[in-house]
Each structure stands twice: as structure tokens, then as C-alpha cells.
Design a protein around this ligand. Sequence first.
Ligand SMILES: Cc1ncc(COP(=O)(O)OP(=O)(O)O)c(N)n1
Ligand SMILES: Cc1nc(C(=O)O)sc1CCOP(=O)(O)O
Ligand SMILES: [Mg+2]
Length: 212
Amino acid sequence: MYNKLQYISQGESVEEQLYNIHSALDNGCDWIQMRFKHQKPKKAFALAESVKFLCEEYLANFIINDDVHLAKQFNADGIHLGLSDMGVAEARAILGKTKIIGATANTFEDIVKQVNNGCDYIGLGPFKFTKTKSNLSPIIGLDGYRSIIDKMKDSGIEIPLYAIGGITLEDLENLVQTGIHGIAISGIITKSDQKSKLITELNEKLYGNVII
Ligand SMILES: Cc1ncc(COP(=O)(O)OP(=O)(O)O)c(N)n1
Ligand SMILES: Cc1nc(C(=O)O)sc1CCOP(=O)(O)O
Ligand SMILES: [Mg+2]
């Protein structure tokens, strides 16, 4: 089963990224997506090398945003690909069957396309406005999630679906009720000065009484 809480990393430098990732792991995150945009290859390489090591130490999932070759090079657990990144089928040919390939969707039609191309999970967003990502797709909102998930059920599409974009603790009860599998979060975890409390509360709301 895929873990329900994915931390998407932030930071302008390798050091800041590592600090944020390390403290997310230390405070209970067990899935890291290394998102380090527009960097020189040497820096992305250095960060990936350290994150791989850290995630092994914490027994956490390690996936990389965008860069399939970097994921291959470090034998990461997988990759997350957006609608304008490398296609899922091409990434699958490079990474193989056992790696996790996550794919972005903003509409039901995107989900159908990404699922048909063989992705393992969907990141559906943005749920709300967020400053973390520029050039956001149209905001989906709670009603949008309900309607897209209804269409998935009607079409027999079963795949772990992660909500993403501007999510806060207060959103979780309603979001979980829509039938999402989990959430991907960056800003509120990065900025929290009570990370352990926040991550515990997020996990409690995501897993309910299930022991993890
Ligand atoms: C879990 C998850 N869902 C969606 C995204 C967004 O990916 P993408 O559209 O490629 O945008 P960037 O993150 O690359 O800016 C994601 N990263 N993770
Ligand atoms: C990386 C990303 N992708 C999105 C999408 O909608 O595809 S929203 C987003 C940012 C998620 O971070 P935060 O929790 O700080 O809003
Ligand atoms: Mg991308």
C-alpha cells in the first residue's frame, strides 16, 4: 500500500533542501518527493545523493520530481511527472516495472490519459491556490474532487489519488471524505515550527484508526 502523506521538498539551496527534508523525516514523514527546480545538474546530483542516503536511514520512500535520469542514477523509488514532463510510458521504459511513477492531473480526462499510460498514482491538483508552484492549473476545489472521483468510480478507474495544492490540516476531514488515497504537501510542513505535532495530526486524519 502507498503511504498517505507525501512531503514535497522546498529550499533554494542544497543545504536548505536537506535541512527541510531531514526535519520532515525526523518528525514522521515517510515519503519524500525531492523537488528542486531549475538547478544546475551538479547541485541536483549532490542533493539526490544525500536524500537517497537519508531516506534509506529513515526507511522512507524517495521519489524525484521531473528528472527521470536522476531517479535512475540513484535508484530512487520513483518519479513524479507532470503533464508537460517526460511521458509516463517513456519513463517506465527507463525505470522499469518496479519503480513508482506518479503523474499529475487537473481533470478527469488527464486521469484517464495518465492511467492508460501506466502511472501508479495520480497527483490531482491544485486543490486550492498555493504560492509553492507557479503557473498553476485551474483550481479544483472540494466539489471538483467529488465530481472527478465520482466519474472515476463510474468508469471503474481504481488508482491511488493524492490531493495537492494549498492543503491545510483543516481541509483534511472533507478531503478524506471525497475518497482520496492521500495528500502531497509542501508549504505547511516546511514552514511549521511544530512539525511533529502537525505531521502526527495529518497522519491521524489520513489513517484514522489504522495502525501504521
Ligand atoms: C504528488 C504530486 N502531484 C502533482 C505534482 C505537480 O507536478 P508538475 O505538474 O510536474 O509540477 P512540478 O511539481 O514539476 O512543478 C507533484 N509534483 N507532485
Ligand atoms: C508541486 C505542486 N503541484 C501542484 C499541482 O496542482 O499540480 S500544487 C503544488 C504545490 C504543493 O505545495 P503546497 O502544499 O505548499 O501548496
Ligand atoms: Mg514536473
